[in-house]
Design a protein around this ligand. Sequence first.
Ligand SMILES: [Zn+2]
Ligand SMILES: [Zn+2]
Length: 299
Amino acid sequence: MPALAVAAGILLAAQTARPQNQDFSKVVVKTTKLAEHIYELEGAGGNIAVSVGDDGVILIDDQFAPLTPKIKAAVTALSKKPIRFVINTHWHGDHTGGNENMAAAGAVIVAHDNVRKRMSTEQFVAMMNRKVPPSPEKALPIVTFAADVTFHFNGDDIHVTYAGPAHTDGDSIVTFTKANVVHMGDCYMTISYPFVDLSSGGNYDGFIAAAAKVLAAADDKTKFIPGHGDVTDKAALKGWHDMLVTIRERVKKLVDAGKTVDDVKSAKVTAEWDAKLGSAFIKPDQLVDFVYAALKPGK
Ligand SMILES: [Zn+2]
Ligand SMILES: [Zn+2]
């Protein structure tokens, strides 16, 4: 997918579950097999993971409402069993937009407590200067958790673990322990620098912590589904983690030396990654703002 289209998809993340102006008619949902019972669906919006088997179907995220028929068709091609659960990795509309439709079809929506809280009330995403209205009652997760929950489903143990404040304050990482696949939500993107949604309680340092925790439990065969972009291996996620650490160290050194945030931006601390990650969505200067916010909360 061209970087611009991807960026548009992410931008919609913080808009609304029912975007008025995007044309979804041309979106093709692409299915990729990752393990015996696990598939990835790509369309527009956040990547979807699918578990299929005797117990039925679990979806991790459900993109935008107008895409529900295409997503359902892709799932039906894999399994005739019902979609029993949808787990939302976080509240943004490109991951939860299909909730209302999926719930109407019988799925139970599951997410961290803060996903339900944010979807229940009007949100303001400062980076886009945009208000997001509350979601309809039927779109809200009806099962929520504070720390983690495990699904014993389709022969796997699917751990859903709160990441702590990272992309938002309601991020979950989903680990298919037997299939050895991890859905990172927007705590990992391969097409952009991290988007720290500060107005949703996000924190740059949470991205480092989330990646470190997942890496510690992974092996060389683990597959990682990012919120946006291509599935990767452990080496690629390690590269992302190390980049975030290096950028943080560079910014901290300058801040400790009394430099202002504008000085830090002039220092081009992200230069070697800018060509690959700095043009699609989050710009290098915005990334510096995110790191600065983690280092100097409230400033
Ligand atoms: Zn997203
Ligand atoms: Zn997001």
